[in-house]
Design a protein. Structure first.
Ligand SMILES: [Zn+2]
Length: 77
């Protein structure tokens, strides 16, 4: 017999083996491993997407910077 614990994330009860106690502002709460992993994956995907956008932005900025600096460099020589 496994004990079921209320998961605040799903609003359902899960077996204790699938649960982890997490700290929140309101105190300690129980949350299932599945929902924790799903959130972690979601954050990782968002991070990867954010990095992609940052890389695109910085390469565009480099191009613009090069274009802006090159005439000056030529003029200085
Ligand atoms: Zn859950």
């Amino acid at each position: 017999m496994s004990e079921n614990i209320y998961c605040y994330h799903c609003g359902r009860h899960h077996p204790k083996e699938e649960m982890r106690q997490v700290e929140s502002k309101a105190g300690k709460k129980w949350r299932c491993i599945k929902s924790i992993e799903a959130t972690k994956r979601g954050i990782a995907e968002r991070d990867a997407f954010g990095k992609q956008v940052t890389a695109i932005n910085s390469s565009k900025q480099r191009e613009m910077l090069k274009a802006a600096l090159n005439p000056e460099l030529k003029a200085a020589r």
